[in-house]
Design a protein around this ligand. Sequence first.
Ligand code: NAP
Length: 295
Amino acid sequence: MNDRIVRLWPGRGPAPGPGSGAPGSGAAARPGTVPSDAAGAGAGLSDAAGAGAGLSDGELSDAYPVGPGPSLRVNFVTSLDGAVAVDGRSAGLSGAADRRVLRLLRTGCDALLVGAGTLRDEGYRPVRLDPPRRAWRAAHGLAPYPTLVVVSQRLALEPGHPALAEAPVRPVVLTGERAPADRRAALTAVADVLVTGEGTVDPVAGLAALRERGLARVLSEGGPRLFGALTAADLVDELCLTVSPLLVGPGPGRITAGPASPPRALTLRHVLAAADGSLLLRYARGGPNPPGKSA
Ligand SMILES: NC(=O)c1ccc[n+]([C@@H]2O[C@H](COP(=O)([O-])OP(=O)(O)OC[C@H]3O[C@@H](n4cnc5c(N)ncnc54)[C@H](OP(=O)(O)O)[C@@H]3O)[C@@H](O)[C@H]2O)c1
């Protein structure tokens, strides 16, 4: 597994303080950053300017800070030509570095929000976190595991789906008033089913319902139709986007889908490059773009 990553922009900042939070470092975790990989601090990571000095786990974690307040962070991987999947799944686009960042982002959220299509197509498994990550979460006032939240209008979800039935914490399903009553009843055996809309789920009401349950920091892993609805409601605070060095060609859709909505501006926060040729980009609300770019 080669998850080597190089920082392209911004340049190297101040060295992390003693509390970088790297697992096994023996140091107290820095508030707001999460352990990125329990396999070993800095393993396989390299800083572009550091000639092999290597980014520590804390440094990589610092690139994906977790704010204290409510937030919606979205994570996707795309091909160079904008495809969301290869043969119907994102796995063909994702490499070791992308998966490493995905684990890091899951560690720092209260809720993991996915559309039902993604749960069905991507073969979701119950969220598992190793002891260092659970310890980090405990030290930062987070529950041991993030709560899986599935968005579905039709509730075409099997209660026996492993991601639901074997979840370490009881999942939440967001649906609309017109969802079939029998499916709703069946799902209540394994999940809390919340009605936050009429036909489709109202994303604003859905996130508000999660906040009421103490699930303020939300990570969405898609998919495209859910992302489209979140964008249309202007709820996206941050996009973590991996660009995979592949031309997939015509066929698959983009990372967003659904009815058209106004463009939303985000600001570039970092550009990392992985050894496999992927770019790991983070964009967030607010602040100026780099010189020469307009927000
Ligand atoms: N590249 C990546 O990072 C990435 C990430 C995720 C997914 N994907 C790919 O994306 C494809 C799936 O696309 P998709 O658009 O179907 O994914 P999706 O957005 O996860 O699923 C769409 C389904 O989610 C539910 N849904 C979404 N928004 C809703 C809303 N506002 N209200 C009620 N229900 C809502 C509906 O479920 P019901 O049908 O149950 O009503 C809808 O049919 C797959 O090929 C997957 O591999 C790629």
